[in-house]
Structures are given as C-alpha cells and as structure tokens.
Design a protein around this ligand. Structure first.
Ligand code: OAD
Length: 236
C-alpha cells in the first residue's frame, strides 16, 4: 500500500522547546508587547523603529535557536513517506526557519519569514540576516525607510493561501501541531479539511480553541508527542 499524503499545520508551540516564545501562553510574546504596536501596518507607520527593534530581537534569538525533536521527526517523516510514494507538506504560521534547518523541504510560511526582508516601496524580497532599521536602504531600488521584515502582520493577507488549498485537496490526513487555533485563516484549515472528509489530528500541549473539530487528539510536549505520532504513521 502507498504511504499517505499528509498536510501539517504548525504554530509556535512546535518551536517552544527550541527556546522561541509562543504568543499567548503565560509570559508569551503578546503578554510583553501590544500586537497593534509591533505587528500591524498601522503600528509600523506610527513607530517603525519600535517594530524593527521587536523583529531584530526575534531574528537574533532565532540565530541562537536550534531545531528540536519535533522538527527533526517531521523532516524524517517527510523523507520516509516520499520514499514510499506518500508525501508530507508543512504549512507553518511560524516565521522561524527551524523546519528547514531540521531538513524539511516542503514548507510554506503563511505568515512570512524572519530571515527575509521586503521593500515596501518596490516590493523586492530577499534573504536578510542582519538587523533592519529606519535608515536601511533597499538594495534594489535604493529607497530609504521602506525596508520591513517579510512577515505578515495583522490586517494583511497571509501568504500561500492557494497553495495551501491545493495541498489540502491532495491530502489524506491533516495534522495540527503547537497552535492555539485562534488566528484565521490558519485556524480554519482543520474545519476545511473535515469538510473535505479528511481525518484531522491535533498534537498540542493542551486542547486548542477548535479542539472539537479534530477526530484524534494527543496532548503533551511537541518534542515527545510528534516523534511518537510519526513512528505510528510509519508503522501503519
Ligand atoms: P499561540 O501562542 O497562540 O499558541 C501556541 C500553542 O502552542 C498553545 O496552544 C500552547 O498550548 C502550545 N504549546 C506551547 N508549548 C508547547 C510545546 N512544548 N509543545 C506543544 N505545544 C505547545 O501561537 P500560535 O498558535 O502559533 O501571527 O499563534 C498563531 C499566530 O498568532 C502567530 O503566527 C502570530 C500570532 O499572533 C502573527 O504575528 C501574524
């Protein structure tokens, strides 16, 4: 029998044990910052230096972080399913690159990437590992003051929505890992998968906001329950 084709949605919980903060857990990022100030186009227009400081700090933290057992288990599962004629696609809300650093190849960043910068003036987007500030010049059009992290802010349209819909339509299982299920459209993917008749599994520290949508649920640390789940998929 051919191995299954699996769509995986990940959120910040998958990177928590790599030392990167989640957003809504106790002491999380949104307990320390007002998202309207640091993660909206209006916040950037009002105080770009504050927004740059916020993302510069997160970009620096990412440089010190490493993938954990959950990232590695997903990368290995992708390889092993492909060897057997199946597939695994990751759609992540995370702006970190830990899936890629663990070896995953099929990764879509629906909320953009910390390690890319975009020019608000000419639209040029390119890999970016340094700090950004209000004086950073666009390497493409030479405009000053328009460079921003290539991430999606509240009020902006997430990336890869068509590709995500195409992945769902080709999948036989949907798995949500480490997300609270409160930010749409990501939070609606499980219901979309259910509507397509695809069984849905939730792997999270605790039941998410839309836990009832899932046919299977397992709760614990991602570094433990994701490798466990991956082993079970390969044994099926
Ligand atoms: P949240 O902070 O909302 O949720 C993180 C989830 O991970 C919670 O349900 C936790 O229980 C779970 N969790 C924490 N530690 C875990 C661990 N070790 N193992 C497994 N699960 C764990 O973060 P997200 O759902 O990722 O968007 O947030 C979604 C979006 O909201 C983000 O992409 C970001 C944020 O605002 C933008 O900035 C646009």
């Amino acid at each position: 029998m051919r191995a299954p084709r699996i769509a995986v949605l990940t959120g910040s919980g998958v990177s928590a044990e790599s030392g990167l903060s989640t957003f809504r857990d106790k002491g999380g990022i949104w307990a320390q910052y007002d998202y309207r100030q640091v993660a909206t186009p209006e916040g950037f227009a009002a105080d770009p230096a504050l927004v740059h400081d916020f993302y510069n700090a997160r970009r620096r933290a990412l440089k010190c972080a490493a993938p954990n057992a959950a990232h590695f288990a997903l990368a290995e599962l992708e390889r092993r399913l492909e060897d057997r004629g199946g597939a695994l696609w990751i759609v992540t809300q995370n702006v970190d690159d830990l899936h890629e650093r663990a070896g995953s190849r099929n990764v879509l960043h629906m909320h953009g990437e910390l390690s890319r910068a975009r020019c608000g003036s000419c639209g040029d987007s390119r890999p970016w590992t340094d700090d950004l500030d209000v004086r950073t010049k666009c390497p493409s059009c030479a405009a000053t003051g328009a460079m921003r992290p290539d991430v999606v802010w509240f009020g902006e349209v997430p990336m890869y929505l068509e590709e995500t819909a195409a992945i769902l339509s080709r999948s036989q299982q949907f798995v949500s890992i480490g997300t609270s299920g409160v930010v749409y459209p990501a939070a609606g993917l499980a219901a979309e998968a259910r509507a397509l008749g695809i069984p849905c599994t939730e792997l999270n520290l605790e039941p998410s906001e839309n836990a009832r949508v899932f046919t299977r649920r397992r709760y614990g640390k991602a570094s433990e329950i994701v490798p466990q789940w991956a082993r079970e998929i390969l044994a099926e």
